[in-house]
Design a protein around this ligand. Structure first.
Ligand code: ADP
Ligand code: MG
Length: 728
């Protein structure tokens, strides 16, 4: 009898390191080769058109259709010169991932084939996208949404297809994607931050947001993946006993990268670099077969496009190497999950990083101003920020031992904490000395530069200051970073406006600017103290402490999603123009619906696995044991059989117990699912799935994993953890 696991193993062992075709030359010879960069545009588009285009893009203005028409001709020419035959609007629906609909570059006019790609095709498309989730904004009768060109992110080629980054909106104007509100949030933050910069430097005309993501992922051999229906259909293992050796020796982390993986990475990097993604770092992560890649940070909208693009390039390249990429946050229980740390900062057009300590007291006051306002924003919206990163998949990672806890707090480190403590207790007279030359001196002027090599890095914090940026670590590996980034941008934009209002009002009353800035910052330091936590975020004491501090401690995803709809969140999003009330409601509907669908699929797959894999293997083994018991009885004298059969009896009994528990569990789970499906709305369904289906899945798993340990290895049909995690 054949066993699919052994066939898969045999194939996996035959997968050898693939040859990679990466050119010898320097990276700069092929970097952005597949991107229509500003530099290349000059070859294809008239300079005066480009001047207008770049000016509009850089100042966030809408591109005129006439300009688009001319640009489209240039784009088509470049794309066809590079072998493109098709084009697609490339957008980011709320389902996650990216969506494309390919059209050919030709059209028929009077029966003749002509090559065409008009300004209109560049500008706007109407994908028949009625089945993308809209959370009720578009019902299927009015299924009209359109995708519109985002000229701030360059077009690029994937194979023979020209990809045009676009926003995806309903005809009535509501955003149906992540990109639209992300762009709105950068505009809001730019405006608010520029205003505050005005206190320090009148030259600042523009503030943009930077994102540097760190993408973690697992690789698994393709044959083994194909032999695990749960990996294929849900992205994670729904069962599997821990491997005797997993990550405890920490020998994988930063260890030598296995040859077959290295070949994959080299090709992945080559493809990413050609697509203009400045990937720079690669290394093993903590868990076996877990890896990370990170680029140099870029403007957040572009960086996010690049992250989404990298995720799809990864999947494509992996297949060539007979690997599958697991982007799920928790593919395996018992070992580390995968996150996507989002390194976030604000930078002025004058080149100043607003979250980096400066060289003089004035710059440091500016730094402290922005730092403290971020703390205030994260404090005020800690529940919302958590909502921005939760999902059915990230739920398994958050709060597990190695992941950021499900409570948002900020780690600042010793030095910054000392600076804030000093400021908090300083008298204005001590802290600010304005000398004869009208220069201001801050009592805390000397913020040491060693901050940049800060080794004081707390790994348990979901939101950490790391020297010149904040690192939002709770974001999940499969997520669109946009969700988290737009919430953070909007929250900080709101906070900076509130700050500005307060400071301006007092300056108008005749108080000195420096003094007011100092006073308000001092007040803020006290007001948002509850969000600061440098201790062990995994400890139970922290949970109690966080609750006492009034931080959001909700863990259940369906309830966390509610945070989008609190008055505080809605006011903030409306005030900053990032999302309307209707858009927020529709987003939550989509989130609950997605949550339900994912759990529903998982639960069904679980039922299949136990009934078609686990129980049959257990039964077969039990039958073997029973036959053995009978044989012993035939061969040995009656008074000896009991002791000879004792071990078999015990195992037979254990199999019976676990199998019985599994069958009961499956029945209860199916019933719970049916009941959950009958709930009147998506939110109630999601709550029911969370509260009733999820725990039953966990208990079924426990029994299945126990059986895996008991049943003869030769009969077990699902590739085991040690095989999934250690074969490469
Ligand atoms: P870590 O030690 O946190 O794992 P990595 O080198 O893996 O660091 O990744 C750090 C990420 O932070 C990179 O994507 C890097 O470009 C980004 N980064 C560095 N400085 C900034 C900044 N000022 N703003 C935003 N991102 C930044
Ligand atoms: Mg890293």
């Amino acid at each position: 009898m054949s066993n699919i696991r052994f066939e898969a193993l045999k194939m996996a062992f035959e997968h050898k390191t693939a040859a990679v075709d990466v050119p010898e030359g320097k990276v700069k010879d092929y970097f952005a080769q597949d991107v229509f960069t500003r530099e290349k545009m000059k070859e294809y588009i008239a300079q005066e058109v480009l001047d207008q285009l770049f000016d509009d893009v850089d100042n966030g203005r809408t591109i005129h259709r006439d300009i688009a028409g001319v640009v489209a001709i240039g784009i088509r020419k470049w794309a066809m010169d590079h072998g493109a035959t098709h084009f697609t609007h490339w957008f980011q629906p709320l389902t996650g991932g990216t969506a494309e609909k390919h059209d050919a570059f030709f059209t028929l006019k009077n029966g003749t084939l002509i090559e065409e790609f008009s300004g209109d095709s560049l500008y706007q498309q109407e994908p028949d996208a009625s089945s993308f989730p809209s959370g009720g904004i578009r019902n299927t009768f009015e299924a009209r949404g359109y995708s519109a060109w985002d000229p701030s992110s360059p077009v690029f080629l994937i194979g023979d297809t020209l990809c045009i980054p676009t926003v995806f909106v309903a005809y009535t104007g509501e955003a149906l994607d992540y990109k639209t509100p992300l762009i709105r949030s950068t505009a809001a933050l730019c405006h608010a931050a520029r205003e505050v910069c005005g206190y320090f430097d009148k030259q600042v005309k523009h503030v943009h947001t930077n994102l540097g993501w760190e993408q973690e992922y697992f690789l698994v051999d393709e044959s083994l993946y194909n032999a695990r229906p749960d990996l294929m259909l849900t992205g994670r293992t729904l069962m599997g006993h821990n491997s005797a050796k997993s990550q405890q020796l920490e020998d994988h982390y930063f260890g030598a990268i296995p040859a077959r993986v290295l070949a994959f990475m080299r090709e992945l990097e080559y493809e990413a670099l050609k697509a203009g993604i400045p990937v720079r770092t690669r290394h093993n992560e903590v868990a076996p077969n877990q890896f990370e890649m990170a680029p140099i940070f870029e403007e957040v909208n572009l960086s996010n496009d690049h992250n989404l693009l990298v995720m799809s390039i990864m999947e494509r390249v992996a297949e060539k190497h007979h690997f599958r990429v697991l982007l799920h946050e928790k593919p395996y229980a018992g070992v580390n999950g995968s996150g996507k740390h989002c390194n976030w900062s604000m930078q002025t057009n004058t080149g100043v990083n607003l979250l980096a300590p400066g060289k003089n007291p004035y710059q440091n006051l500016q730094f402290i101003t922005f730092l403290v306002n971020v703390l205030m924003a994260v404090h005020r919206h800690n529940g919302l920020l958590k909502a921005s990163i939760v999902s059915a998949t990230n739920e398994h990672r958050l709060g597990a031992n190695e992941a950021p806890p499900a409570i948002i707090s900020v780690f600042l480190g010793k030095q910054i904490t000392a600076v804030l403590d000093k400021l908090e207790h300083a008298k204005a007279e001590e802290a600010i000395i304005i000398n004869a030359k009208k220069e201001m001196k801050l009592g805390v002027a000397n913020i040491p530069e060693i901050l940049l090599d800060n080794t004081d890095r707390n790994r348990t914090s979901p939101f950490a200051f790391t020297g010149n940026r904040f690192e939002f670590r709770a974001v999940g590996s499969s997520a669109n970073c946009g969700a988290a980034m737009l919430a953070l941008n909007a929250a900080v934009a709101e906070q900076l406006s509130l700050f500005k209002e307060e400071v301006d009002a007092r300056i108008e009353n005749g108080e000195a600017k420096e003094r007011v800035l100092f006073d308000v910052i001092k007040k803020y330091i006290v007001a948002c103290k509850a969000i600061r936590f440098d201790g062990n975020g995994y400890s139970d004491e922290w949970k109690d402490e966080a609750a006492k501090r009034g931080l959001d401690c909700e863990q259940s995803v369906p309830y966390v999603i509610d945070r989008y709809l609190s008055n505080r969140s809605i006011n903030m999003f409306e005030r900053t123009g990032v999302l309307t009330r209707a858009e927020l409601h529709s987003r939550c509907e989509v989130k609950w619906e997605t949550y339900v669908k994912k759990l529903q699929i998982e639960s069904r797959v679980m039922g299949d696995l136990v009934e078609n894999h686990v129980l049959p293997a257990a039964k077969r083994y039990q039958t073997m044991l029973l036959q053995n018991v009978l044989a012993v009885k035939q061969v040995f004298p009656a008074d000896e059989t009991a002791s000879l059969n004792a071990m078999d009896y015990s195992i037979i009994k254990q199999i019976e117990d676990h199998s019985g528990a599994i069958l009961e569990g499956v029945e209860a789970m199916t019933e719970a699912r049916h009941k959950a499906n009958r709930q009147p709305d998506e939110r109630s369904k999601a709550i029911a799935y969370h509260d009733t289906v999820l725990p039953l899945m966990a208990s079924i798993r426990e029994h299945a994993d126990a059986l895996e340990l008991i049943v003869d290895d030769e009969l077990w049909t699902l590739p085991k953890y040690r095989e999934l995690m250690f074969i490469h």
